[in-house]
Design a protein around this ligand. Structure first.
Ligand code: NAG
Ligand code: NAG
Ligand code: NAG
Ligand code: NAG
Ligand code: NAG
Ligand code: NAG
Length: 381
């Protein structure tokens, strides 16, 4: 276990005022402490000025999960272990970086919602992107079921070139072969590395690094579940040493949003299309009144129900992606009756929901948000 006798506080980790930037103070027994922008941080090592500074924002999930015993890898409570215990379980992280912990939530990923996502994005912008910030990278620990949604959210909302790395685990901390500790060590390695700059948000799981924009969960049970089926991985770890295949780039189709002044986002739901789809669920969603946008996950050829879709698309933005969740929808596809659905392009269903919420919440034009990058990449206009 770590000695917590001596703490060094980077008072500027969340510098609200640029005047406090780069003031490094050493203190005794000040964990947890409140950073200038009001984040409760814990600090977990003797401060070493030659190491980078990484903030771990913990939200819960399997990586913080506790099972009945070591053989119990599929039945457990997610979000049972706090950020301090996560950090202390992987002391080698402290050879790589000074580590600060911030407990933002402690829940399974089905309970992560836009309120929590906004809180993470705003905290990451404050601590990482404020002028003169001495934080080098942020790691977000998260349950895996909706990890790609939060990762995509952060990719679109935290954009100062510094690494934001989202990580989880497929097995709880109490299981044999728990993958959380290695994943966390690799996430911190990626967040602390200058090699990770200017690549957008990243997902590190199972020895691989992927772009948060492209990566999705592809299997519910197994460790090698996070993949970007077409573009592939950005890099990986060899003996925990980070490497990238190519020099930095960000996803061509990416749009960014400033959410720093927002406290909530409009509600968007996803409706699944199948044989005999008749659009009743679209109308039902609209009847709730608080639904400001919809995503239809449909077969590529559409779902029929054109009149119902047109009625709904005439009232609120309706984005269409394919239910197999991989592939491109061409821009400007129109339902025959005239009220056009919005083409998702490459953005999968659950990520389209996030992008539509961000577009609506920030006042961006929903159709342009999705279709402008597609038109410009495909047709040069
Ligand atoms: C920080 O912790 C204190 C007490 O431990 C609590 O009252 C306060 O609400 C916390 N602030 C944040 C931003 O979590
Ligand atoms: C601080 O980090 C540097 C670089 O990794 C290392 O060489 C040095 O031994 C560390 N100092 C202490 C006191 O741990
Ligand atoms: C981390 O540092 C500790 C003590 O400074 C050392 O015993 C340990 O071997 C180091 N771990 C790695 C992976 O370098
Ligand atoms: C998200 O969850 C938190 C905690 O349960 C809750 O306070 C908040 O209202 C929820 N937000 C939304 C949009 O449901
Ligand atoms: C956020 O609010 C501040 C203060 O009201 C304002 O100066 C700033 O322009 C706003 N930013 C955005 C992106 O709306
Ligand atoms: C477009 O949507 C509006 C609002 O639902 C509806 O009144 C209108 O009939 C729709 N137009 C077409 C051509 O379907």
């Amino acid at each position: 276990m770590l000695s917590v006798a001596l703490f060094a506080v980077l008072s500027t980790l969340a510098a609200a005022s640029p005047a406090k930037v780069n003031v490094v103070r050493e203190r005794n027994n000040v964990s947890p402490f409140v950073s200038p922008s009001g984040l409760n941080l814990t600090y977990s090592s003797k401060y070493n000025s030659s190491l980078p500074n990484v903030v771990i924002m913990a939200t819960g999930g399997t990586i913080a999960g506790s099972g009945a015993g070591a053989a119990s890898s599929g039945v457990y409570s997610a979000g049972a272990i706090g950020v301090e215990a996560l950090i202390q379980a992987v002391p080698d992280m402290l050879n790589i970086s000074n580590i600060y912990g911030y407990q933002i939530a402690n829940v399974g990923s089905p309970s992560i919602n836009s309120t929590i996502q906004l809180a993470i994005a705003k905290a990451a912008n404050a601590i990482l992107c404020a002028p003169g910030s001495v934080t080098d990278g942020v790691v977000v620990t998260h349950g895996t079921d909706t990890l790609e949604e939060t990762a995509f959210f952060l990719d679109l909302t935290v954009n100062c070139g510094k690494p934001v790395v989202i990580v989880g685990a497929m097995r709880p901390a109490t299981a044999y072969s728990a993958d959380g500790p290695a994943n966390l060590l690799q996430a911190v390695t990626a967040a602390a590395s200058p090699l990770s700059k200017d690549r957008g948000a990243l997902i590190t799981m199972n020895d691989r690094v992927g772009s948060a924009w492209y990566t999705q969960k592809t299997h519910v049970n197994y460790l090698d579940t996070f993949k970007a089926p077409e573009p592939g991985y950005l890099g990986g770890f060899f003996n925990n040493e980070l490497f990238y295949y190519n020099s930095p780039a960000t996803p061509t189709f990416k749009k960014t949003f400033n959410v720093n002044n927002l406290t909530s986002l409009p509600r968007v739901d996803i409706v699944y299309g199948q044989q005999e789809f008749d659009g009743r669920l679209l109308e039902a969603a609209l009847a709730f009144g608080d639904v400001k946008g919809l995503v239809i996950a449909s077969p590529n050829g559409g779902v029929g129900a054109d009149a119902a879709i047109a009625r709904v698309a005439g009232r609120i933005p309706v984005v269409r992606h394919v239910r197999i969740n991989v592939g491109m929808i061409a821009p400007s596809e129109r339902v025959p009756t005239g009220n056009a659905t919005i083409s998702s392009g490459l953005v999968n269903n659950q990520k389209s929901r996030i992008q539509l919420m961000l577009a609506l919440g920030t006042g961006a034009d929903p159709r342009e948000t999705f279709e402008e990058p597609l038109r410009s990449i495909l047709y040069g206009k």
